[in-house]
Design a binder for this molecule. Structure first.
Ligand SMILES: NC(=O)c1ccc[n+]([C@@H]2O[C@H](COP(=O)([O-])OP(=O)(O)OC[C@H]3O[C@@H](n4cnc5c(N)ncnc54)[C@H](O)[C@@H]3O)[C@@H](O)[C@H]2O)c1
Ligand SMILES: N[C@@H](CC=O)C(=O)O
Length: 498
């Protein structure tokens, strides 16, 4: 009998990339308790496969395996780990089309976007393969007679990673490649909505020669698995990307084992348009910054703040551009927006729109009768958005754009900072004084000026306030997985200067 999951496998050039097991200690593993969960294509609501839900002892077995494997992995030279990571990078690139197909089927994003994410995810593997060779310590001028002082960098230990469904591949590689390059074994818990990208990465890691126990993918009931990972003292670092709500829970649950925490949490990005801007240029950029991944992006422009002098023309241009966006199944043809991840996300988006309208916002566009399926949400434009509305206060994580007019730089700074979040902000203006003033005053970890694209391997990605702790990528991303060991070599023969 042909099942939908065999149909998925048949779409792939290499069907072995589609795995319906967890991956622990180099073995494909089913759940010992027999529990499993279906994974759905959000575009059609059809089950595309099943995953096992592991039992507590199986999660602990993954930690045992990582602990055993750590001894050898950390002992490799940095250039030896680099070779394995570069092999992984090559395999990800070589299997780009299959990885994109898997991603579109489980996440819903259009195939071109999925291909872009594979490329983006792979770029972190190459970056950290190289960075692993540059984890320098330092020499410290000694204040102690006849002693030499310095530091060396050592891997922190087993690193657990809990990742979201909106970027099912890149959110894993940005963490895992850094940890592996630093010499740490990794245990990944992907979102249950999008496990198959993670499992395909595990298959490719094995082919790349990453030893058993070093890259593990555990699956299970999220709260259950996370509790075990947080309370396990042998796990020394926990890196999480997801909502601020779950991030807070993980901080609490990790307190007893005092782990190294890296948290990439929610955003509520302001998109500020100055009075000097061409309304059309700014509106087109705002549409791009709002609707990628159907608005399910931590960097999505959530509050669009436009100077009152160009507000009406900006709204007209935005409306026109938004009307040209196509919504549909990401597997088919040229589609700009795929479905939202599930029905609850659609309901949340509808509630945010209703809340705004009930508090006086105007809905300029967004006819939901045109939605091509249960999980689709047509792009919505709201004007007259105010700070009391959910669309302002919450990360809507949907294709809902809210526009507000402002009258001065000081006012827009106050508006932009009026949130518990502080991940990313956009500024559109060509006035250098305004750019500098806004860029310095915005309480955000990342500020992008006149550019929608801001991310990539060389960039220290991360937020302030309740958008997170730590930075991923860039020159410091590997530090999240390294300890600094200070040494004092005393009673040495006298050497010059000490
Ligand atoms: N800052 C960033 O880099 C970044 C990047 C991508 C996504 N995000 C954020 O992620 C969120 C969307 O992703 P999401 O809906 O998957 O987030 P989420 O917090 O619901 O889930 C993230 C991960 O946590 C797990 N999880 C869910 N409930 C849990 C619980 N009670 N205990 C322990 N683990 C639990 C999930 O299974 C998943 O693996 C948005 O807020 C978005 O801004 C942030
Ligand atoms: N687009 C972000 C992911 C946020 O959801 C990234 O580049 O990391």
């Amino acid at each position: 009998m042909t099942t939908l999951s065999t149909t998925l496998a048949k779409r792939l050039e290499d069907p072995r990339l589609f795995r319906q097991y967890a991956y622990v200690n180099g073995k494909w593993t089913h759940g010992e308790g027999g529990r499993e969960e279906a994974v759905y294509d959000p575009a059609t609501n059809e089950a595309i496969g099943h995953i096992p839900l592991l039992e507590a002892e199986q999660i602990t077995a993954a930690v045992d395996a990582a602990e055993a494997a750590f001894v050898h992995w950390r002992a490799l030279r940095a250039d030896e780990r680099c070779e394995r990571l570069l092999a992984w990078y090559d395999l990800i690139q070589a299997n780009r089309e299959d990885l994109a197909t898997i991603m579109t089927l489980e996440q819903g994003k259009p195939l071109p976007d999925a291909r872009g994410e594979v490329e983006y995810g792979a770029s972190f593997v190459r970056w950290f393969a190289e960075e692993g060779k540059r984890t320098y310590g330092e020499t410290i001028p000694s204040h102690i007679p006849n002693a030499s002082l310095g530091t060396i960098k050592e891997p922190v230990g087993i690193a657990a990673m809990i990742t979201p469904w909106n970027f099912p591949l890149a959110m894993i590689t940005r963490k895992a490649a850094a940890a592996l390059a630093a010499g740490c074994p990794v245990i990944v818990k992907p979102a249950n909505e999008t496990p198959f990208s993670a499992l395909a990465l595990a298959e490719l890691a094995e082919r790349a020669g990453i030893p058993e126990g070093i890259f593990n993918v555990v699956l299970g009931e999220p709260a259950e698995v996370s509790k075990i990972l947080c309370s396990e003292p042998r796990i020394r670092a926990l890196s999480f990307t997801g909502s601020t709500r779950v991030g807070r829970l993980l901080i609490e649950q990790s307190a007893n084992t005092v782990k190294r925490l890296s948290l990439e949490l929610g955003g509520n990005a302001p998109f500020i348009v100055g009075p000097d801007m061409d309304p059309k240029e700014a509106a087109y950029a705002a549409v791009a910054a709002k609707f990628q991944t159907a608005g399910q992006d931590c960097l999505a422009a959530n509050r669009i703040l436009v100077h009152e002098s160009i507000h009406d023309e900006f709204v007209a241009q935005f409306t026109e551009r938004m009307a040209a966006l196509t919504v549909g199944n990401g597997l088919h043809g040229e589609v700009d927006l795929g479905p939202l991840i599930h029905r609850q996300a659609v309901e949340k988006a509808a509630a945010i729109v209703d809340d705004a309208i009930s508090q006086g916002a105007t809905m300029v566009a967004g006819d939901q009768s045109q939605a091509p399926g249960d999980n689709f949400f047509m792009p919505v434009l709201l004007t007259g958005v105010t700070p009391q509305m959910k669309v302002w206060r919450e990360e809507n994580f949907a294709p809902v754009a809210g526009i507000t007019a402002y009258s001065s730089d000081d006012e827009v700074i106050e508006m932009a900072n009026d949130t518990e979040y502080g991940l990313a902000a956009y500024i559109y203006t060509h006035d250098i004084r305004r750019i500098w003033k806004l860029m310095r005053a915005l309480e955000y970890g990342m500020v992008s000026v006149n550019s929608v694209k801001m991310t990539g391997p060389p960039v220290p990605f991360g937020g302030v306030k309740q958008s997170g702790l730590g930075r991923e990528g860039g020159a410091t991303g590997i530090d999240e997985y390294l300890e600094t060991k200070y040494y004092c070599l005393g009673a040495l023969g006298s050497v010059s200067g000490s």
